[in-house]
Design a protein around this ligand. Sequence first.
Ligand SMILES: NC(=O)c1ccc[n+]([C@@H]2O[C@H](COP(=O)([O-])OP(=O)(O)OC[C@H]3O[C@@H](n4cnc5c(N)ncnc54)[C@H](O)[C@@H]3O)[C@@H](O)[C@H]2O)c1
Length: 291
Amino acid sequence: MRAVAEDAGGFYPIGEKDMFDCEYWSLEQAKLGKGTPPPFQGRVVMVTGGAGAIGLATAKAFAAKGANVVLVDRDQAALDAALSQLGRWHAACALDIAQANAADNAMTDAVTALGGLDFLVSNAGTATGGALVELEDDVFRAAFELNFFAHKAFATAAAKLMQDQGRGGQILFNISKQAVNPGRNLGAYGTPKAATMFLMRQLALELAGAGIRVNGVNADKIRSGLLTDAFIKERAAARGVSEEVYMGGNLLGREVEAHHVAEGFVNLALMERTTGHVITVDGGNTEAELR
Ligand SMILES: NC(=O)c1ccc[n+]([C@@H]2O[C@H](COP(=O)([O-])OP(=O)(O)OC[C@H]3O[C@@H](n4cnc5c(N)ncnc54)[C@H](O)[C@@H]3O)[C@@H](O)[C@H]2O)c1
């Protein structure tokens, strides 16, 4: 390869060993290397339950691909700690997502702090235990408020904002294997999760025309605020197995961690022709397979 340099008298050819020649090409290559922006650069993602195990792992995974994150959680101290792990150019919004107007307030915060919203990861939830025939009605309804109605409120508020913005978007739900594979004493958890899975499909149908994709993740047995170390220890001991064997109770025989679930969300976000879909992140469970 040859280059041409200019002096006062016009153009003259220079050889490959000329310093100008070397400098020119190394600078060009450096420029090319820097030319590929991360896939989510300039995109804003809201993660509910963002101070929890799966929520924070998901926020970090999106931030690593260039997104700016709005963490939503009810626990201010945990939110502050989570935000400090994400670094600059991210935001946090402390509220109870099951309260009236919580979704609208969170959308306003996203617009004010970061200029809009491109992805919602509707993640916050909690597992209410107990046999359905014995469970008090108000306990069952409270489980629905968080594990279904809050998802519905955030998803519809996000969809309206995305429609107004006119640049498409994505809604991702953290569902659960409970939506398809009931667990003993987990009816008040699985029933709203199953409704949330249907919500995902319905919104995928209704929002596709606006370029808004809607997908979900069904995970199982992730070490977190729901499945605590103390609970894992107790369950493993009750079954007479090690914690490792208990947590690896799936087809692959390996523990599934929060960052694996986060990768599921990121991969769905990157799959530009996929909507109305649930992926499993559970190490393999024949009873929880969708197809
Ligand atoms: N851990 C698992 O094995 C597992 C499996 C499948 C699905 N999930 C789902 O993953 C999601 C995240 O749970 P996790 O396992 O990371 O648990 P986690 O307890 O670590 O995180 C949940 C977060 O949600 C927040 N939260 C709960 N209620 C809230 C409310 N009313 N308003 C605002 N924030 C609220 C909590 O403060 C917490 O930070 C849940 O929807 C859960 O159902 C978990």
